[in-house]
Design a protein around this ligand. Structure first.
Ligand code: GLU
Length: 425
């Protein structure tokens, strides 16, 4: 039994995120009896660009970095999706992430397609000057295929408003005038939107509130564990605690912390800002990232990287509800196991769609050069997330499928309709 499980884990480990994404798409195609011509198109990204970026490092030497931009599908509107800086970035990962963006924009009901970019680098070991030169070099290299009507990048793992400001500046230099709508997630002073920074966490919280209502969980005093303490993990934890939930465990790439009485999220964030990690936070017990995922809790939020819950640990998940803050944290085999255990999963393309939805609002504001208040942004985002959740929930319950497949059927259906109307099929 043990051996079989290990073998399975090994097989999984060899699968790329792109294999995972295609597997999910094929599963959905079966459920909805999808036109094979549509499946053939959707299986592949429309375009993937690979670039090599020479950067003058602080020691005077030139180092070349590899980066990608994948544009999966633009039937519904311009390509949209973040850019990540991480040593483990691969072309297959970026391709998968761009496909997930197509579905995410479609589930959210916004007129955008799917794209994603990444640079293979470790920004934690680079100076700010090196990161700026790399960012500008990357944007220069992909400038021919991005634009406020073509492909609009945004923050992702290890990137934030700082990098978006450099991207916007670099692109505006070539254009000869300001093009704020070429990227979203910018700082407020140069065309960013109110509420964009908190948006992914807020959207996730809205979906958890809806799911809790359906499954009879009261958020007041519910326990939650959050893997990953970047932008998504932090804001998800803050919003959940605002509803009275107890955040019993959080983690980052260096390890995790646990306190059965609940952690003060704001204090943990201040501690991480000072020391670089949540590890050693006073009054909490140290745990590993694996232990965090297996923590007994009501709500589990994987908000780190892909393939964290797979065939090797899915049967040890001890939560009532899992909301995917990250993209692709649960493998298709693990989906089956969680479904059989009766654990509701709010899939990434729904749970973390608040980020791209508020990016959409930012882009609309940029194009109109007219800006909204925080209240307006929040009201529109909350309404969009509630609607998207209920569409997916209905689709899943009606067809007796899990929430991921419910979301896929809604998403693929809308994209295929657009492709048919445009005469692609
Ligand atoms: N990187 C985020 C995501 O995976 C946001 C994308 C965007 O705002 O375009 O959804």
């Amino acid at each position: 039994m043990h051996n079989r499980k290990n073998q399975e884990a090994l097989r999984m480990a060899k699968k790329t995120p792109y294999d995972m994404a295609v597997e999910q798409l094929e599963k959905c195609a079966k459920i909805m009896d999808l036109d094979p011509n549509a499946l053939e198109i959707l299986r592949y990204p429309n375009r993937v660009l690979s670039v090599y970026i020479p950067v003058r490092m602080d020691n005077g030497k030139v180092k070349v970095f590899n980066g990608y931009r994948s544009q999966h599908n633009n039937a519904l509107g311009p390509y949209k999706g973040g850019i990540r800086y991480h040593p483990d970035v691969t072309i297959e990962e970026v391709m998968a992430l761009s496909m997930w963006m197509t579905w995410k924009c479609s589930v959210a009901g916004i007129p955008l397609g799917g794209g994603k970019g990444g640079i293979v680098c470790n920004p934690k070991e680079m100076s700010v000057g090196e990161i700026e030169r790399l960012s500008r070099g990357y944007f220069a290299a992909i400038s021919r295929i991005v634009g406020d009507k073509e492909d609009i990048p945004a923050p992702d793992v290890n990137t934030s408003g700082r990098e978006m400001a450099w991207f916007m500046d670099e692109y505006s230099r070539y254009s000869g005038y300001n093009v704020p709508g070429v990227v979203t997630g910018k700082p407020l002073d140069i065309g960013g939107s109110e509420g964009r920074t908190e948006a992914t966490g807020r959207g996730l919280w809205v979906t958890v509130c809806e799911a809790a209502k359906k499954s009879g969980i009261s958020l007041k005093n519910a326990t939650a564990a959050v893997q990953g303490f970047g932008n998504v993990g932090l804001y998800s934890a803050l919003f959940l605690s605002s509803s009275g939930a107890k955040i019993v465990a959080v983690s980052d790439s260096k390890g995790g912390i646990y306190n059965k009485d609940g952690l003060n999220v704001k204090a943990v964030a201040d501690f991480k800002a000072k020391t670089g990690s949540v590890v050693n936070f006073p009054g909490a017990k140290s745990i590993t990232n694996e232990e965090l995922l297996e923590t007994k809790c009501d709500i589990l939020i994987p908000a780190a990287l892909e393939n964290q819950i797979n065939a090797s640990n899915a049967d040890k998940i001890d939560a009532k509800l899992v909301a995917e803050g990250a993209n692709g944290p649960i493998s298709p085999d693990a989906d089956e196991i969680l479904f059989q255990k009766g654990i509701m999963v709010i899939p990434d393309i729904l749970a973390n769609a608040g980020g791209v939805s508020t990016s959409y609002f930012e882009w609309v504001q940029n194009l109109q050069n007219y800006y909204w208040t925080l209240e307006e942004v929040r009201t529109r985002l909350d309404a969009l997330m509630v609607k998207a959740f209920n569409n997916v929930y209905e689709k899943a319950s009606k067809n007796k499928i899990d929430m991921r497949m419910g979301a896929y059927v809604c998403a693929v259906d809308r994209v295929v309709k657009a492709m048919k109307l445009r005469g692609w099929i």
